[in-house]
Design a protein around this ligand. Structure first.
Ligand code: SF4
Ligand code: SF4
Length: 176
């Protein structure tokens, strides 16, 4: 018995003192992903990359809003969402005590407005994402700035417009 006590004393603590003392996190610890609603442009990259389907995007019935959702109950804390986010809008924190009494409290969500095509009126992209690209192009200036006016139209209308412009040019050259 004394030999055992001696060994225990010599070995020291083999476990951490948590929850009686704060847990000391190792570098790179991956805890709860924190989403920044203001920085997010609802590009969907995190939802596509999430291997556990913890992040989902949902279009409202009238297609006027898209909702970004996270279910912490599904999250496996892999960090893929943080890696792929172009806006640094999602970051894994050191928070790991996620216990809740109600399962519904394990989720968070926020909604973003959907832009409609100025030509055909069809919903085609998240408004915040379009505004972000518009802002980037205007900062770049030069030839990129000429694409800005195309941003408020859906892909189908832009294709149609390009095809018409191409036909017109061909006619001028006497090819059609
Ligand atoms: S940490 Fe991994 S599992 Fe959790 S939300 Fe991000 S991508 Fe999904
Ligand atoms: S990748 Fe970033 S910007 Fe895109 S939807 Fe996710 S959190 Fe938002």
């Amino acid at each position: 018995m004394f030999k055992l006590f001696k060994e225990i004393r010599e070995t020291g603590d083999a476990t951490v003192e948590y929850p009686f003392a704060p847990y000391e996190f190792p570098d790179g610890f991956r805890g709860k992903p924190e989403h920044n609603e203001k920085l997010c442009i609802a590009c969907e990259a995190c939802a596509i990359a999430c291997p556990a389907n913890a992040i989902t995007m949902e279009l409202s019935e009238d297609q006027s809003l898209i909702t970004w959702n996270i279910n912490y109950g599904r999250c496996i804390f892999c960090g893929r969402c943080q890696e792929v986010c172009p806006m640094f809008a999602i970051e894994l924190t050191k928070e790991f005590e996620l216990t809740v009494l109600n399962k519904a409290d394990l989720g968070e969500s926020c909604a973003y407005e959907v832009a409609r095509c100025s030509c055909c009126g069809k919903p085609y992209a998240v408004k915040k994402e379009v505004d972000y690209v518009r802002n980037l192009l205007s900062k770049m200036g030069g030839p990129a700035a000429t694409d800005i006016k195309k941003l408020d139209r859906c892909l189908d209308c832009r294709r149609l417009e390009d095809a018409e412009a191409f036909q017109l040019q061909a006619r001028h050259r006497g090819e059609a």
